[in-house]
Design a binder for this molecule. Structure first.
Ligand SMILES: [Fe+2]
Length: 298
């Protein structure tokens, strides 16, 4: 290893890692190092540029903590999170989308037909739909929908001292026919935090920090692959310019204007409190059973 050259450094790295106890870890790190070596050679990286990159990573570490993870945001803005989702997806299941930084573990239970709106400002939205087996098309009873979104001011509860800690967060369970319904308000577009390294990168690239409005959902049922995804209204101006590259055509839904409360499910908790005009949206989620091997997308 004395005469390491640009053309041999990746092989030298791989040789030095030959005794790694875990082969998957070794393969990933050798592959990562090789890609980084290729990047340095391809861009003819200067010492000053290398120092700037290291300093940016150090700043990302300084701004990360319990409430914020700048590396996670960088991953989203680089398209890495989105790419991991896409290659992990199960064919014929509803596509996945980025988790984002605002999911809360152990969100409060929301009865099926329950209410996240609670009279708060914003356009009232009634969401209905079902969860289905991606292999058979049969409804999945007892599937959970872990839901979260921002308030009408664009902020998630964790970002806003005016909201209760779990506001617009809830987990509901589908009924015996696999159906779900809940009331909420229309989510609104927002900008990701731009005061850290991810924001610096966006400015350096002349990019915007906007994400189109979305409703976050994690769909889970025993014996099925979990889906982490988002639903996007079809009239959002940022649909084709999502800073996180997370929009998929199958996840874009239409919100219909409605003034007929009676057309809403009679088990909708807030049915009688709905305003004279409100929005309705619908989505069928397809989840893939773990027992069958479904083809992965290429
Ligand atoms: Fe989000």
């Amino acid at each position: 290893m004395r005469s390491v050259r640009p053309g041999t450094i990746s092989a030298a790295f791989a040789d030095a890692s030959a005794n790694a106890p875990d082969s998957r870890t070794r393969d990933m790190l050798v592959s990562l190092a090789t890609a980084l070596h290729d990047f340095v050679i391809k861009t003819q990286l200067s010492n000053d540029e290398w120092r700037a990159g290291i300093a940016a990573l150090a700043r990302a570490g300084e701004t990360s903590g319990d409430a914020r993870n700048e590396f996670s945001l960088l991953s989203d803005m680089l398209g890495i999170s989105s790419l991991v989702n896409m290659i992990s997806a199960q064919e014929s299941a509803t596509p996945s989308s980025v988790l984002g930084p605002f999911h809360q573990r152990r969100a409060p239970k929301l009865p099926n037909g329950g209410d996240l709106w609670k009279g708060q400002p914003g356009e009232v939205l009634v969401m209905t739909g079902g969860v289905f087996d991606a292999a058979t098309g049969e409804p999945v009873a007892g599937a959970t929908l872990d839901l979260w979104q921002n308030a009408d001011n664009g902020l998630y509860a964790a970002q806003d001292s005016q909201q209760r800690g779990r506001n617009y967060h809830g987990i509901l369970r589908t009924d015996a026919q696999g159906r779900y319904a809940f009331t909420t308000t229309r989510p609104v577009p927002y900008t990701v935090p731009t005061d850290g390294v991810a924001g610096e990168m966006l400015r350096l690239l002349g990019r915007e920090a906007w994400r189109p409005a979305h409703l976050h959902v994690i769909v889970e049922a025993k014996g099925y692959h979990q889906i982490v995804t988002e639903l996007f209204p079809d009239d959002d101006p940022w649909l084709d310019r999502d800073a996180a590259f997370a929009v998929r055509e199958e996840l874009v839904i239409h919100f219909e204007r409605c003034s007929d409360k009676g057309a809403m499910p009679d088990w909708l908790e807030a049915r009688d409190r709905l305003p004279p005009e409100f929005l309705t949206g619908s989505m069928k989620f397809y989840i893939a059973p773990k027992t069958r091997t479904l083809e992965r997308p290429t």
